[in-house]
Design a protein around this ligand. Structure first.
Ligand SMILES: Nc1ncnc2c1ncn2[C@@H]1O[C@H](COP(=O)(O)OP(=O)(O)OP(=O)(O)O)[C@@H](O)[C@H]1O
Length: 363
């Protein structure tokens, strides 16, 4: 179980125009998990070379409240999706949970203890934060073997997780030659290495092909079915709706929702029937009869624009429409929900938190 309580992170000021210094944190902790993460803290000002006098590099950027009194619980035996628009604070929260950054206030614990207090490292928590945080000159096998060695994990696990991730044949190739999707698979393999009860994945399906996405979804479901805590971040609701049992949704560092997927979907416009259902009858002439039946049952029916066009029904779900059509003896050629209520709920609830969007454009 992961518990986050009043967690707050305010980043310090850093000069404009300088990149974030991302220092490897390998060896900073005996846990070994830190070997697959990096600190994103900028170097302290005194530590940095000065920029040209009066340049943008000398002007301080305002400190950034990336995580703002965040509180939620991630339960075992379930896949929990961690959602929010770009820059919402998801990666920062995951780094705080993993002890890779210090919170300004509040706490994050894994099974009741701060991550740094956990002695079993990768055998307690597995994480994929950034698939690129690997040594390009190593082979996948060498990388995993090194992690296994420093965490007291049997060598046979390296072979097992490489097979699980579909990388058995590429195990002896340089990671530098891997595609993004292969690096994601390797990152997931590394998270599984210690057979941990708690797993965190930051945007794990980025770069995966459709087969890879299906594999990852199946894997997360299986890990949860085994009783593990599975926390998966994404900025896309469509990724989560096939995988997650629960959702934690944040925007601008603040909690927007922490509830089951079903409860979250019910918040969408019309509770699932908001965008309507497309209904096409096999015989266009039967459409008006069905429209009358549906209207009597309480639905709103928009008539087809052309004789052979579909009806658009709102205020009633596809399942109920199917039952009424069946009872009325009307064969259907098409019955489909128009868009997802989850997507609606996500867009509506995070609308005020979206920071980066095209001016004058649709979200
Ligand atoms: N080391 C840092 N120093 C200063 N600001 C930072 C640092 N790391 C992140 N931020 C800022 O904190 C905010 C939250 O960033 P974070 O990467 O946690 O968001 P995110 O939800 O993971 O976004 P995305 O989906 O785009 O990856 C952003 O405004 C980001 O610019």
């Amino acid at each position: 179980m992961i518990e986050v309580d009043e967690l707050t992170k305010r980043y310090g000021r850093r000069p404009i125009g300088r990149p974030v210094i991302r220092r490897p944190v390998i060896g900073r902790s005996a846990t070994g998990l830190l070997a697959i993460g990096r600190s994103r803290n900028a170097r302290p000002a005194a530590d940095r070379p000065a920029g040209p006098a009066g340049s943008a590099a000398d002007r301080p950027a305002a400190g950034r409240l990336a995580v703002d009194r965040l509180g939620f619980t991630v339960r075992p035996g379930r896949v929990t999706g961690f959602l929010g628009p770009n820059g919402a604070g998801k990666s920062t929260t995951l780094r705080l949970v993993l002890g890779l950054d210090e919170p300004t206030s509040g706490s994050a614990t894994v099974d009741g203890r701060r991550f740094r207090e956990l002695s079993r490292g990768l055998r307690h928590v597995g994480a994929l934060l950034d698939a690129h945080d690997v040594h390009g000159g190593r082979t996948a096998e060498g990388h995993l073997a090194a992690l296994a060695r420093t965490n007291g994990i049997p060598r046979r696990r390296v072979v097992e997780v490489l097979a699980e991730a579909g990388l058995a044949e590429a195990a002896r190739r340089r990671i530098g030659d891997y595609s993004l999707g292969m690096k994601q698979r390797l990152g997931i393999a590394a998270a599984l290495l210690g057979d941990p009860p708690v797993l965190l994945f930051d945007e794990p399906v980025n770069g995966l092909d459709p087969e890879g996405v299906l594999w990852a979804r199946g894997l997360f479901r299986r890990l949860a079915a085994e009783g593990r805590t599975v926390f998966v971040s994404s900025h896309l609701m469509s990724e989560m709706e096939h995988t997650a049992d629960d959702l934690v949704v944040i925007g601008r560092g603040r909690l927007i929702a922490a509830e089951s997927l079903a409860d979250f979907a019910a918040r969408g416009t019309g509770g699932g029937a908001g965008r309507g259902v497309t209904v096409r009858t096999a015989d266009p002439a039967e459409g008006s009869g069905l429209a009358a039946v549906l209207t009597r049952a309480g639905a709103t029916v928009r008539a087809p624009q052309a004789a052979e066009g579909p009806l658009v029904v709102t205020g009633m779900g596809a399942d109920r429409i199917g039952v009424l059509a069946f009872r009325h003896g009307t064969p259907l050629a098409e019955l489909s929900s128009r868009g997802s209520s989850l997507e609606d709920a996500f867009m509506e609830l995070t609308a005020d938190s979206v920071e980066y969007r095209r001016k004058g454009g649709a979200r």
